[in-house]
Design a protein around this ligand. Structure first.
Ligand code: G3P
Length: 502
């Protein structure tokens, strides 16, 4: 681990050995609490490093600095802010291998996927810089409404909100933190990041990257600590002007209940269902379902979490999905095994509880239901009914239920009965029918003949019901992190030109 860290120039400034500091007001510091939190490798339990357990007073100091820095950052031109994001992207590309390695160690993501996550974030920063440069205001005449003329004109442009609190999840600790930081900075805001406790180390590198890229002290800050100790304090702080959060629906709902009138962007859980019609391309569908359900061991909010096949295709589909699932590699993330450890043993116990409940209620086990340490074998369950918890609850682990449905109407009903509404999928060659079904599904996005997923990152990404609030995606996030500022011009008759036509 130390060897990888040494590949990143100047990284010594942010740590003592494997004890990482937090970044506030442009400096790396240890918490005066004297306490640290251990980040353990979920694959083998080794301590990857420790991070500071900051106090509420330290959180307050960081927020005050971020607030004092809004004016200075907002005075920079769009071009200057875009240049900073471009430089940051370049550093991410240069350091993608060691950063990916560190992430692989702390969250057990396959090494290749962890490196791709860093590169995806670099691309996100570049595209955000480009989109920010295209931002435009608007001028509107008043004469749409009776009694008003073109002498009244509204002129709007966009201004930052102030200090944005960015709280990222463990499963994409770098990308889903970066996808909040880039639009926040581009829109002229300052940023306070609170990373997840598990997955806290890789996002700390944003401090180093952004400082080197030219972000002035105080504009970007990252504070570590227990969510239970500083989470509510950060969310409720009066100088936090907006919160962008990705995590569980439970935490998201709590956050919304304590945040008061702050604007929120919430990306929460899902129970994405794949409706498979009788004419679906079996090979394409199988590939999409298996990769959608089991990438990063199912620890994605957009994972395929239920399959609803029609009677004419169910047997063939299930056979093929089983064959492909049995071929998935299982083991060490450093060796790029598709199925690796879940983030914690508590999470494994939860997933096991869902499997046990389904089997007790009569589901058929097709494969899996085996555990070693934090690794759970990919598990397929057939003949799942709506009485079973796995039909409704989000496992965040490698288990996929097949709920055989009588017809399209029943599949739509089961799909919509979920408390979640992130994405839906329809597999068919009948595109007209797919569009009609898509219109019925109560979700943010419907994928036609593809697995549920967030990217590419300039697409809108949103969930309904318990799956989220607001819309992400590059231009949407910039909009969510800024507001229109308007001026109304009221021209008088002074100097009015005489018109010839009446
Ligand atoms: O779980 C978080 C969600 O954003 C997943 O992203 O790109 O794997 O669909 P993606």
């Amino acid at each position: 681990m130390i060897e990888e860290l040494e590949k990143i120039p100047n990284s010594l400034v942010m740590r003592d050995g494997l004890e990482f500091k937090y970044f506030g007001s442009g400096t790396w510091k240890k918490s005066s609490s004297g306490k640290t939190l251990s980040v353990k490798n979920p694959y083998n339990g080794e301590i990857v490093g420790t991070v500071q357990a900051c106090s509420t007073e330290e959180a307050n100091q960081v927020i005050l600095t971020a607030n004092d820095s809004v004016e200075c950052w907002n005075e920079k031109t769009q071009r200057e802010r875009a240049d900073v994001l471009m430089k940051a992207a370049k550093l991410m590309r240069d350091w993608a291998n060691p950063l990916g390695y560190i992430m692989m160690k702390e969250i057990g993501k396959p090494l290749k996927s962890a490196i791709s996550e860093i590169l995806r974030t670099a691309e996100f920063f570049e595209a955000t810089a480009e989109a920010g440069l295209q931002q435009e205001g608007e001028a509107i005449y008043g004469d749409t409404f009776k009694g008003f003329s073109r002498d009244k004109m509204s002129i709007t442009y966009r201004v930052p909100l102030g200090v944005i609190l960015c709280i990222g999840p463990f499963n994409y600790p770098f990308n889903l933190t970066g996808s909040k930081i880039a639009p926040a900075l581009m829109a002229g805001n300052t940023v306070v990041v609170k990373p997840p406790s598990q997955g806290a180390i890789s996002p700390l590198f944003f401090g180093l990257i952004l400082e080197k890229a030219g972000v002035p002290p105080g504009v970007f800050n990252i504070i570590t600590g227990k969510g239970s100790e500083i989470g509510d304090y950060l969310v409720q702080h009066p100088l936090i002007n907006m919160i962008s959060f990705t995590g569980s629906s439970e935490t998201g709902k709590h956050l919304a209940s304590v945040a008061g009138m702050k604007p929120l962007l919430l990306e929460l859980g899902g129970k994405d269902a794949a409706i498979v019609l009788n004419d679906a391309d079996l090979e394409l569908t199988t590939k999409a379902i298996v990769s959608g359900a089991f990438s990063y061991s199912g620890q994605r909010c957009t994972a395929v979490k239920r399959v609803l096949p029609m009677p004419g295709i169910a047997d063939d589909l299930i056979k093929l999905v089983k064959e492909k699932t049995l071929n998935l590699s299982i083991g060490n993330p450093e060796e790029n095994a598709t199925i690796g450890p879940l983030i914690s043993s508590i999470q494994c116990d939860f997933v096991q509880g869902l499997i046990d409940d389904a089997l007790e209620k009569g589901a058929t086990l097709l494969c899996g239901n085996k555990r070693e340490g934090n690794i759970m074998w990919p598990t397929l369950l057939d003949n799942v009914t709506t009485e079973m918890r796995i039909a409704w609850e989000e496992p965040f682990g490698p288990v996929l239920p097949f709920i055989r449905t009588k017809n399209i109407q029943e599949a739509i009903e089961i799909s919509n009965k979920s408390e979640y509404g992130l994405q839906g999928m329809i597999f068919t060659e009948n595109i007209d029918l797919a569009f009609h079904i898509a219109q019925e599904l109560e979700v943010g996005i419907v994928q036609i003949n593809g697995r549920s997923e967030r990217g590419p990152d300039h697409f809108p990404f949103l969930g309904t019901k318990s799956s989220g609030l607001g819309t992400q995606g590059i231009k949407y996030s910039i909009e969510a992190m800024s507001r229109p500022k308007g001026m109304v011009l009221n021209l008088s008759d002074k100097g009015k030109l005489i018109k010839l036509c009446k």
